[in-house]
Design a protein around this ligand. Sequence first.
Ligand code: NAP
Ligand code: MG
Length: 498
Amino acid sequence: MIKDKREVARRGEAAAIPTAWEYAPAPESREIVHFEDRYGLCIGGQFLEPLSNERYTTIDPAREEPLAEIAQAGKADVDRAVKAAREAYAERWSQLRPSERAKYLFRIARILQERSREFAVVESLNGGKPIRESRDVDLPLAAAHFFYYAGWADKLEYAFPNRTPRPIGVAGQIIPWNFPLLMLAWKIAPALAAGNTVVLKPAETTPLSALLFCDVVRQAELPPGVVNIVTGDGRTGAELVSHPDVDKIAFTGSTEVGKAIQRTLAGSGKRLTLELGGKAANIIFDDAPLDQAVEGIINGIYFNQGHVCCAGSRLFVEESIYETVISKLKRRMKTLRVGDPLDKNTDVGAINSKQQLDKIGSLVQSGIDEGAEIYQPPCKLPERGYWFVPTVFTNVAQSYRIAQEEIFGPVLSVLTFRTPDEAIEKANNTPYGLSAGVWTEKGSRILAMAQKLRAGVVWANTYNRFDPASPFGGYKESGFGREGGRHGLEPYVALDGE
Ligand code: NAP
Ligand code: MG
């Protein structure tokens, strides 16, 4: 005993006892990625200069540095892409044996796995998301979607027994910036598996992983024109939507643009699926495993800086455990590491664009003005780039904008409830209906809640879990149609009687 005390004293003199654990920088190398100075449009298996002659610069939102010059496709460019897709559909892709289509999809999946580190770096550089997420979530899931739908390509008659499924033709696909490669995989994999060809428009701010995907398509030796990528802003998307020779539009993005697309397509006979916004309720009952639930809350709202359509942005806590949950939550928030997306220890990366940062800022200001109480952990932000400190609001009324509108940022609004019925009523009090979370020990309660929640996906004792075999999609203003699973094939096949 005495000896131990002496030893402690001796060591105390020799070296200061550390009081805080500092992380050493752990940057992922960007050497693995090579960007061209400028990119054309990927049409018919080649990169073509845009007929529009317009270009813009895509940047790294964490450093506000330019990465490459991107083509802004105009009407004539979209027309060329649709023609290439039509020709590939009629002459090549729809003629292939389904098992041959499957081979190509398996190849794409394997190449994505082989090149996953490179893609993860591109995704984090161009989008701002932490490398830990692009490496461990976006890339494995994107490959998994191709693997999954490759499996269906020659089994469509089992997916739709006695209904003679046939491809529908050329699909126009428009995706957002929050999961650029993953959304591409969600769109392209089922379309190709069912025998269609595609023209895809990535979001204006995150075109690079889609352009790199053209190289995967080349490597997999897909027939030219099966996958075409047209870059540009909303105008390019609008051209694709109104092109007369597109058979189906698949859109993921905001409710506002989704409604505009639906108006354009009304009466045209074109098929449409919409995956839109959300304002999900994450509901914590007093019998929930609280530490696990706090991890679920954190993952629900701070994953991908809250740029997640199914983010658990409204937290409902049973009144009896309110104080405990909030204090645990705040303590956990202090440990979140905000900063360089390429650092492997980063939990929260950069906001995708200046425009999105401004939107988050103005909604947070509205929360303060309306009387909610704001908490942000102490946090040193990098000097350049677009950043927002993880934020939680308490004292929130249901009528506040921060409880009603989608913020699409790292901002959580906390409300309370006393009974399961009250939780349901409040949770469903939104124009959206994409997802929800329930935390409780009771299986029967989980099932009862899931049945009453108007949401396409309900997670129980977990959050933000995805699997290519599981359908995903919304109710109400969150859209219609499902992606993932056998359901995800439906929008891309014509069945007997159609
Ligand atoms: P957005 O403005 O609706 O954009 C989505 C895509 O549509 C982008 O490629 C966009 O191009 C394009 N676009 C814009 N205007 C268009 C028009 N008039 N016609 C055709 N296309 C047009 O949404 P965002 O701001 O990129 O993404 C955030 C929103 O997407 C959030 O509301 C979020 O909830 C929703 N979202 C939903 C899901 C889901 O699965 N349900 C998934 C992710 C995101 P630009 O890039 O040039 O704007
Ligand atoms: Mg937009």
